[in-house]
Design a protein around this ligand. Structure first.
Ligand code: ADP
Length: 291
């Protein structure tokens, strides 16, 4: 039985701008150590909003209310005096479209190590930069140009560099928000392979709209619908023996992934590069929900 690294108790998030949107409606979930949990569900169902709440990323935005509590190794993430930079070191977050620091490839990884004092010497720093670039399968591609600007890398390489940057500061858990969906199919496949190898030794929570990707990578799956968790289970039980009717419809429905607006529950198709990693669009896309 794995230990729980991160868990949420009744986490709710409401956008309170021009339009009030209850994006996440009181979610209890726990994320076990050294397991990859995929959060899946139609677009607009609160997956990204929930992921950001795990890392207090809504704190820096106006017009967002977060209630409930997140626990990192049993300690509260919201009701705490721990400074935000230290929390965000322990809970790494990689967005869909990451931006490298305007520094060299080397410095993008070394920066966090310097800030958090996670090295003993220049040699140790060099070794750590190499270790994390190898861990994301980037070392062989960049070893001869470590001092070049990171901005010169391809989008897929930047995505892997940002993964290395997050891992270098030794997080307890890594949050990945649709990290392959903005990539071309080859880059998406490379990043997915990297995630598969990282999943063996890290605790990862990954939002994806691709059920094929969830099947390939996940140990655990949580299915979100309209801001709530319909079903959460180990990957085999989830796909082979789903409990809820809505889950069954979601995993067996035809067509492409849905976009759902909670106000109207209107449905629009959405596809992106990682649907076609295998050369075909996701075949198990959600059934159209009309309520
Ligand atoms: P998902 O990740 O499942 O696609 P999101 O978390 O992005 O869903 O969005 C959930 C709901 O919150 C959607 O209705 C979306 O339009 C709304 N939403 C997301 N971000 C904002 C924001 N910054 N302001 C207002 N509404 C938002």
């Amino acid at each position: 039985m794995s230990d729980t690294v991160l868990e949420t108790e009744n986490v709710a998030v409401t956008y309170t701008g021009e339009r009030r949107v209850e994006a996440v409606k009181g979610i209890d979930l726990s994320f076990p150590e050294n397991r990859l949990t995929a959060i899946i569900g139609p677009s607009g169902c609160g997956k990204s909003t929930y992921l950001k709440a795990l890392d207090r990323l809504h704190d820096i935005q106006p017009n967002v209310e977060v209630t409930g509590e997140v626990y990192l190794r049993g300690e509260p993430v919201y009701d705490t005096d721990e400074p935000a930079p230290e929390l965000r070191r322990r809970i790494g977050y990689v967005p869909q479209d990451p931006t490298p620091l305007p520094l060299s490839i080397y410095e993008n990884v070394a920066y966090g190590l310097r800030i958090h004092g996670l090295h003993d010497s220049t040699e140790d720093l060099d070794n750590r930069v190499e270790r994390y670039l190898r861990q994301v399968d980037l070392w062989d591609e960049v070893a001869d140009r470590l001092d070049s600007p990171a901005a010169g890398l391809s989008t897929g390489q930047i995505q892997r560099l940002c993964l290395a940057r997050s891992l270098a500061v030794e997080p307890d858990v890594l949050l990945c928000d649709e990290v392959t969906s903005a990539l071309d199919p080859i880059s998406a496949e490379n990043v997915e392979e990297t995630l598969a190898s990282l999943a063996e030794e890290y605790t990862i929570v990954m939002v994806t709209h691709s059920m094929d990707q969830a099947r390939r990578l996940a140990d655990e799956v949580a299915f979100f619908y309209l801001g709530e968790v319909v079903e959460a289970n180990d990957v085999r039980s989830f796909f082979e023996d789903p409990e809820h009717e809505r889950t069954k419809r979601f995993i067996s429905g035809p067509g492409t992934p849905d976009t759902i607006d909670p106000d109207t529950t209107s449905v629009e198709p959405e596809t992106s590069a990682d649907d076609v990693v295998d050369g075909a669009t996701d075949s198990e896309a959600p059934a159209t929900e009309r309520t």
